[in-house]
Design a binder for this molecule. Structure first.
Ligand code: F6R
Length: 616
């Protein structure tokens, strides 16, 4: 008989990002929770729900679809000073009203929202809840049913909650309501992000501080396996044994305007436009009084000692890592391997004698990366997280952190975080090189300043890029991106952007590789987006373009000034050859954006995706 921690292969792992909120105070919780959920919608948007406790009892509202749909379903007449809410993204169990959270126990006494995955839920169901009829296909329902069962056996609610938690294997951020006692939200966390916010006359719970900035900027971080009793007048944090833990709150340094769209139609467009300002902020942040780039000395010493750097990341962040590899190898002369985190964790390569690990993650919460970090720590290797989110799991758990300074990225498709990652990696490489006595041969601060200016120019070229997007991408079913050297890495990113928001089948290829098989897919009119920003491969890349044109492809060449030719569709300003990814990606981001618009896609919330992938 397998133990409760055993995960039968057939169950697989559910990927369930989700966002949760909770409020307890004197005001009506409904609107606060709905607004909070709107801010968390980037975490999941296939269904949503709210549970409120009014004088009349518990009210649960759920809807398949967006928060806007849930808003319509909520009864405006209910006044409730306490409630919890959830926005869901799931691949396990269809998005439906029944599978959406909150879930309730059999009698309706307990109501729960959950972010994470309970790996042993089937076993718990069989062992403890064989006589309970379940309503949903979710793992979450097991938790709420267990609480009710243990309370039925005579335990106090808190004890029953703790006993339930001790049985769970997997990840969870939980908020639980008891209909018989409307003065407490019971909260717990393990591996999924969760914060408690301290308001005046109220307290809140949220997966991300963004959701509750409307109420407070004072937040308390929670650690794994902690239980929190949240009332309107206080917050008590305990460990699983019931010992009280004291923790100082921190101020969330987020400007509420950072998380508004303002006059922009989409967050993605706003975030693309923010890139020049982010570049300037990064230069400013990482510059000392003597006008030199600077990074915490301990990080640089650890980098310097390494005989090999391992960059671990997923998706767009791994594409930034590929560019970072070139910086670190070319400037600091340290060999670098870039690995996709979901592969590295289970298929670890032979490591060098003195490895140094760099985790790149916009959210700092990506579970695939976190599981590698756990192993890296067990092996005693030094680790650095480069992230946009201070206090995020990957930041807390690595030895060192460098922040991206990009401001909140709300659109699901990453844009400004990608360029910020590349800029921070360049700075890390430069400072390490300098510490090693290597002259990189150019002034990185000056060159990054030129990058920011070039980004301004590109952000002002939207009309032209929209025309190109209409011509090449409005009706096609596929698209290939080709480039060589650094351009190849940017092509991978350009293709990912296009896929995720416009649903066009897109692939990035090294220019010379297409002819080794994939060229068979080229048909009359197939769009080929070619990047030509690298002088040493400019002519060979153009040869690759000719190969596909001869088979009917429709080429759109994006070149850099100085390397441009008559047939090019778009020319980007000239920047230092190593830094070209920072600007060549901008027209690709805009092309994806306009392609998605022309195809009537939901730019900020593409189907099947969520911003933060918090379980494996
Ligand atoms: C694509 C995108 C994803 C993320 C990936 C890793 O636009 O955003 O590919 O890059 O899920 O996420 P982080 O960087 O948060 O670890």
């Amino acid at each position: 008989m397998p133990s409760e921690g055993f995960l039968p292969p057939s169950l697989g792992r559910k990927r369930n990002m989700c966002g949760i909120v909770g409020y307890i105070g004197n005001h009506d919780a409904k609107e606060i929770l709905l607004k909070g959920l709107e801010k968390l919608e980037y975490r999941g948007y296939d269904s949503a729900g709210l549970a409120l406790i009014s004088e009349a009892g518990v009210h649960v509202f759920k809807e398949k679809g967006r928060i806007a749909d849930l808003r319509k379903a909520v009864d405006g007449n209910v006044f409730a000073p306490i409630g919890i809410g959830h926005t869901r993204w799931a691949t396990h169990g269809v998005p439906s009203k029944v599978n959406s959270h909150p879930h309730q126990s059999a009698t309706g006494r307990f109501t729960l929202v959950h972010n994470g995955v309970i790996e042993n839920y089937e076993l718990l169901k069989r062992k403890y809840l064989a006589d309970v009829t379940f309503n949903s296909e979710t793992d979450t329902e097991v938790i709420v049913q267990l609480v009710e069962k243990f309370v039925g056996e005579g335990l106090e609610v808190l004890e029953a909650f703790r006993k339930t938690l001790s049985l769970l294997h997997g990840s969870y951020a939980l908020a639980l309501l008891d209909a018989e006692e409307n003065e407490t939200i019971y909260v717990a966390k393990n591996k999924s992000p969760l914060l408690v916010g301290l308001g005046s006359g109220c307290n809140v719970v949220a997966s991300d501080a963004l959701a509750m900035l409307q109420v407070t900027d004072q937040f308390v971080e929670l650690m794994d396996k902690e239980v929190v009793i949240v009332t309107k007048s206080g917050v008590i944090i305990q460990n699983l044994d019931g010992e009280v833990i004291s923790r100082v709150p921190y101020t969330a340094e987020l400007d509420a305007s950072d998380i508004e769209k303002g006059t922009y139609p989409h967050y993605m467009l706003k975030e693309i436009d923010e890139q020049p300002a982010v570049m300037r902020k990064i230069i400013q942040t990482y510059q000392n009084d003597q006008g030199k780039l600077t990074i915490d000395q301990d990080i640089i010493e650890a980098m310097k000692e390494a005989d090999r750097v391992y960059i671990i990341a997923a998706g767009t962040s791994s594409h930034a890592g590929l560019v970072g590899k070139q910086f670190i190898e070319k400037m600091a002369k340290i060999p670098v391997e870039v690995h996709i985190s979901s592969e590295f964790g289970y298929n670890m390569p032979l490591l060098s004698e003195r490895p140094f690990f760099i985790f790149i993650s916009q959210s700092g919460e990506t579970a695939d990366s976190r599981s590698v970090l756990v192993k890296v720590k067990e092996m005693g290797c030094p680790s650095l997280t480069i992230t946009n989110v201070p206090g995020s799991t990957l930041s807390r758990e690595a030895d060192y952190t460098l922040l991206l300074q990009a401001g909140p990225e709300i659109a699901v498709a990453s844009t400004k975080a990608y360029t910020a990652q590349i800029a921070v990696l360049a700075i890390l490489a430069e400072v390490t090189a300098r510490r090693k006595g290597i002259d990189i041969g150019f002034d990185l601060i000056h060159e990054l300043g030129l990058v920011a200016n070039a980004m301004d120019v590109l952000c002002d070229s939207k009309e032209l890029i929209e025309v190109i997007a209409r011509e090449f991408l409005a009706v096609t079913r596929n698209c290939f991106f080709i480039g060589r050297g650094l351009d190849y890495y940017v092509c991978l990113e350009g293709a990912l952007k296009l896929k995720e928001i416009s649903y066009i089948q897109a692939e990035g290829f090294a220019g010379g590789e297409l002819k080794h098989g994939t060229i068979a897919l080229i048909e009359e009119g197939t769009p080929i987006i070619a990047l030509a920003t690298q002088e040493n491969v400019n002519l060979s890349l153009r040869g690759n373009v000719k190969e596909v044109v001869a088979r009917g492809a429709n080429p759109c060449i994006i070149s850099m000034k100085g390397l441009n030719m008559d047939e090019d569709s778009f020319v980007i300003p000239e920047v230092h050859e190593l830094l070209t990814p920072l600007i060549s990606v901008v027209p690709l981001q805009l092309l994806s954006y306009y392609a998605a618009l022309h195809r009537n896609c939901d730019v900020d919330k593409p189907r099947n995706l969520a911003k933060s992938v918090t379980v494996e």
